[in-house]
Design a protein. Structure first.
Length: 705
């Protein structure tokens, strides 16, 4: 059995030796390098652009200002990260907005000229402070409802014996993928040939076709290796459109590699949220009411809803649940999906509130969650496709040693250091899309899997060959994979934790069809892999190929689908230096069948480490006076490094989800990062008795007057 084997990453060697080519590495003869000049103010109007000094830099070819690239905005397309298109008019709507594009024969020349370009902007008043603007929250129409209600929260609260109401906050956070976004655009023969660091080549193709009024078959998009995406590369962003427009304008290939600073403003970030939670319960812990209202910061030029209340609709059995998601439009760059969007921030509020409720009820936090275990979706009424969260609570608590937790805060620790334990539930809705794949067997036994999916660090180059090898009975060494090209069979984007279940199912279907074809050619079932070559030779075939397509069915729509987890954290807090140190972290996850325990474990451990960042470090401060994100690089934006990361352990429930996908998988990409933030805050309460409702947890959060 190849499925379920902990195979090592098939692309490890090319990555660690530097052989893997990223967009910035591509040798493109005649390519010009492009650098954006961006606005330092959050609102204003461009008065003038003085090119004289910039044009003296040797190697400069062109400098484009607003309206000079032949593009018009906005672009209303589901694959575009933002509708508003910079460089189309003189208006400044957010800090970091491109105001000019410099093209030169080398990157150094382009950067030098960009630095010498004199752009004069008349600033205008701006509104950038999220904290001061919650009353401006508005409801907009989005892909998921932004208001839901079942039962009556008023009745539920009237029946409650204990109620909790509080506000919780999560910070603005950036993706900071190691590889900055990069694109090479070629306008050729009235069409587009694009290399771009993206999670979704078919999305880029569709958006480009609309923007440039081309049939999709005149647009080819490739994405080879991607050095992390986390959602920042999930949509098509202005720098990609503008690179194409520039290539058309100068009739040469154009490459744009965003400098690190511009990755903080040009392709989204996770917006800050404020969440107000009200819980009502009986003394035995039974929930009678859940109200979850969430606000997120958004841009004046665009819409982005961080659905902070999404998880509260489905997490706990409760007859009365009301949720609302509102956005506050501000002069700031467009936010976007970031690994574990929606539930990632949203479960911070719900799961700290549950800990507060457990404390008020004098009840064990795990016990409170089991008391309110949802056997079906409380909002939609649908049964779950599969759910092994009860296993996760039990396995996680055992592995962690939860039984040793003191119910009394600040009760113990060596030499004045206080040790605390906290836990939280995790939930991520399962997203699925249709996908196609082709599997080809050569006479020499080598096999190729082809699909327009992408590897962004998740293990796709291992998982997909593994699924094909399993179906064909071949060793994985015989199976290669080709990804990230719109000339390959269509797959959805590598996002939403959906690639294994969606594309993996397509690969499985193609490989099974291929095996059946070989058996038909052989005239007998039960063909052995060592007989494949013989069968091909007999029919004078060099290769056989089959395509497989998988899509969610209408019948499966009768089920609610979520990935689940239970996260347990231990912290140590010293009395005079109250920086919480996480000493241990255990996550137990219910994600359907595990195709490869090694890459799956890597995914959830990476996610948990990111969760430690949400809990303790990641905070992209936006200066409300300047309307400007202060952080512009790794020096000013803190993420966990090895020294911050304690013993992290992950376990998986034994599960096969028959409704999520034919291979039994749901998804592991995002669930690992959820719940950690709340679990750390809850552990800090257990250690110190101080309730922190605002992430990341700062020293000043714990300095009590
Ligand atoms: Mo993710 S935020 O679905 O890349």
């Amino acid at each position: 059995m190849t499925i379920g084997a902990p195979l090592p990453r098939q692309d490890a060697a090319v990555k660690v030796t530097g052989a893997a080519q990223y967009v910035g590495d591509l040798e493109v003869p005649g390519a010009l390098e492009g650098v954006f000049v961006v606005s330092a103010v959050a609102a204003g109007r461009i008065r003038s652009i003085d090119r004289a000094d910039a044009l003296t830099v040797p190697g400069v070819v062109s400098i484009f200002g607003p309206g000079q690239l032949g593009v018009t905005g906005p672009i209303e397309h589901w694959a575009a990260g933002q509708a508003s298109m910079p460089m189309t008019d003189a208006e400044i709507r957010y800090e970091g907005q491109p105001v000019a594009l410099v093209l030169a024969t080398t990157g150094i020349a382009a950067r030098e000229a960009a630095a010498r370009l004199v752009v004069t902007i008349d600033p205008l008043p701006h509104q950038s402070s999220f904290a001061a603007s919650l009353d401006l929250g508005i409801e907009i129409k989005d892909w998921a409802p932004t208001s839901t209600a079942v039962g009556s929260v008023a009745d539920g609260l009237a029946a409650a014996e204990v109620t909790i109401t509080a506000r919780y906050r999560t910070a603005d956070r950036h993706h900071v993928a190691l590889e900055p976004s990069a694109v090479v655009a070629r306008w050729v023969d009235g069409g587009i040939d694009l290399w771009t660091s993206t999670q979704w080549v078919f999305g880029v193709r569709a958006a480009m076709a609309q923007m440039f009024s081309l049939p999709p078959d005149k647009v080819r998009v490739r994405s080879g290796y991607v050095g992390g995406g986390f959602g920042a590369k999930g949509s098509t962003w202005p720098h990609e459109f503008l690179a194409v427009a520039a290539s058309r304008a100068v009739a040469a290939p154009v490459r744009i590699v965003l400098p690190r600073s511009q990755t903080f403003t040009l392709h989204g970030y996770q917006p800050a949220t404020v969440q107000e939670l009200t819980l009502g319960a009986r003394n035995d812990g039974t929930l009678t009411a859940i109200r979850h209202e969430s606000w997120n910061a958004a841009s004046v030029a665009d819409d982005y809803v961080e659905h902070g209340s999404l998880g509260s609709r489905t997490m706990y059995a409760c007859p009365n649940i009301e949720t609302r998601d509102r956005i506050v439009r501000l002069n700031r760059p467009q936010p976007t999906f970031m690994r574990a969007p929606h539930e990632g921030p949203g479960m911070v509020g719900l799961e700290i509130a549950m800990d507060e409720l457990a404390d008020r009820l004098d009840m064990d936090p795990v016990e409170l969650r089991i008391r309110n275990y949802a056997r079906h979706d409380p909002t939609s009424g649908k049964p779950f496709s599969s759910k092994a969260l009860d296993q996760c609570y039990r396995l996680g608590a055992e592995r962690f040693g939860w039984a040793r937790r003191s119910p009394v805060p600040a009760a113990w620790g060596p030499g004045g250091v206080r040790i605390g334990m906290g836990m939280a539930s995790a939930l991520m809705s399962t997203f699925r899309f249709g996908a196609s794949a082709r599997v080809t067997l050569e006479r020499d036994g080598s096999t190729l899997v082809e699909t327009g999916a992408h590897e962004i660090g998740t293990g796709v180059r291992t998982i997909l060959p593994q699924i094909a090898a399993d179906a064909l009975g071949l060793p994985i060494e015989r199976v290669r994979v080709s990804l990230g090209d719109t000339t390959l069979p269509e797959a959805g984007g590598t996002f939403g934790s959906a690639t294994t279940l969606s594309v993996g199912s397509a690969v499985r279907i193609a490989a099974v069809k291929l095996k059946e074809r070989l058996e038909t050619l052989a005239g007998e079932p039960g063909l052995e892999p060592r007989e494949y070559a013989e069968v091909l030779a007999l029919h004078r075939l060099e290769r056989v190929s089959e395509e497989g397509t998988w899509a969610p069915t209408r019948e499966e729509g009768a089920y609610a689908m979520n990935a689940y987890g239970a996260v347990f954290v231990e912290v140590a807090v010293a009395p005079h230096d109250p920086v919480p140190r996480v000493t241990r972290c255990v996550g137990a996850f219910s994600v359907g069948r595990i195709i490869n325990p090694r890459t799956a474990r890597s995914q959830v451990i990476g996610g948990m480490i990111w969760g430690l960042g949400q809990a303790l470090l990641e905070d992209s401060r936006l200066d409300p006076a300047l309307g400007r994100f202060v952080a512009k690089g790794f020096g000013s934006y803190q993420i966990p490094v090895n020294a911050d990361v304690p013993a992290v352990d992950a376990i998986f429930a034994d599960e096969f989800d028959p409704h999520a996908s034919p291979i039994g998988a749901r998804g592991v990409g995002e669930i690992g990062t959820i719940g950690v933030g709340a679990a750390v805050a809850n552990a800090v309460f257990n250690a110190t008795g101080v309730r922190v409702r605002d992430l990341p947890i700062r020293v000043e959060s714990l300095l009590q007057p």
